[in-house]
Write a protein that binds this ligand. Sequence first.
Ligand SMILES: Cc1cc2nc3c(=O)[nH]c(=O)nc-3n(C[C@H](O)[C@H](O)[C@H](O)COP(=O)(O)O)c2cc1C
Length: 448
Amino acid sequence: MILTIDPVRLGSALALSGGYLAMCAAIWRARASARRSVSTGTADWLVVHATQTGSAEYLAERTAETMRTGGLSARAACMSELDAGALGSATRVLFIVSTYGEGDAPDSGARFAAQTMGTTPNLSHLHYAVLALGDSSYTNYCGFGRALDGWLAAHGATPLFDRIEVDRGNGDALAEWQHHVGRLAGTSDAPDWEAPGYGDWRIASRVLMNPGSAGAPLYRLGLVPLDGALPDWEAGDLAQVSAPLDPDHPREYSIASLPGEGELALMVRRQRREDGSLGAASGWLCDHAMETDVIKLRVRAHGRFRLNGNAARPLIAIGNGSGLAGLRALIKSRIDAGKGDNWLLFGERNAAHDYLCREELQGWLAASRLAQLDLAFSRDQSTPRYVQHLVREHAQVLRSWVEEGAAIYVCGSLQGMAGGVHEALVEVLGAERVEAMTLEGRYRRDVY
Ligand SMILES: Cc1cc2nc3c(=O)[nH]c(=O)nc-3n(C[C@H](O)[C@H](O)[C@H](O)COP(=O)(O)O)c2cc1C
């Protein structure tokens, strides 16, 4: 993926009521675990994160570690676990939140933003600070962090220090946060928060995946470290590439392969800016970099899009375009573990040019490594057909997979696809079930 700085049949009334009870139980379990994990915690300090691609979670873990180094009891918690009740009993909370969409909360903060922030609690008992992650090239820079800070202050909470805004991982801003946290913890002996350095890689192979496409060219790059030793990563993780022309602004791509395959594979769409020039990173990776050039790359764990607790669950993988990268790695990982209950719903433009990984997918289907493969090629008929249409067309099968415990993973475009798929899932499964699946970590998205 490209980043500029994340889902058989109901035949009878019995099955229906069973499904309803299962849904209620799932919601209850998810909510009970949320209440348990936040309100009965004994930590003096809560470090709450709302993240899409993991930066805020990473920083929350580091922050809680620093507090503990100073002898305080502190723990990191996801904002999806925090409700008005938990906030009513907490006295010291550090918030680390990113911003998506048009100044919106990331998925894990969406419920808090929509529900809790719509209430008017008395927060005069609460001391807090906000670290807002964002990218100043967006109109609503740090929009969610600012809105959260404003809401907390407006309801009587006392800031420990001014909100700190982090533009594209800016080191000075992070150092300022670390300084404040160290002071609160009474320690300057803070663990190192530096992101791991870039490694030296080279391009071992570069193949155009969509010759003749009406869209921009999409390349499959096979990368290997210069010293030959592949780092470890899991399906769902990301690779950050620093482009020579714009080294301070790493681009993130979903990793399409697994270490066992001997190379780190990316699917990179060559971007053109409005003035016709090539994107700094995609142009470098797709056009300019030679096999002899050093590619500065590092792997970033993306816990929210890993299989984690979902490894044994049937997998519904939904996406479009270069989003196939992340989905391919997840499916491959399950295939390697001997699991064939994988269902891919994928959309692109034209079957003739954009049927990415055609041979591999058809081979997996023939070998029952993929249980089902559904494709929507938007431009192959007069009325556009997208992957969200597939979700609606296969509503009954989808409900039945979910009844059997399936997890839903969505990867691809935020514009159009992610929202369209989400709406279709809400239509097919119901809003409560989608929310419960989000809380349980059974509905995960890596959209960009
Ligand atoms: C699709 C997309 C939309 C974004 N929208 C905004 C935005 O409106 N405002 C902003 O400040 N940052 C925006 N960002 C930048 C993220 O907030 C920033 O990269 C942040 O560091 C990500 O942190 P996380 O890994 O914890 O989710 C956006 C990033 C992406 C990929």
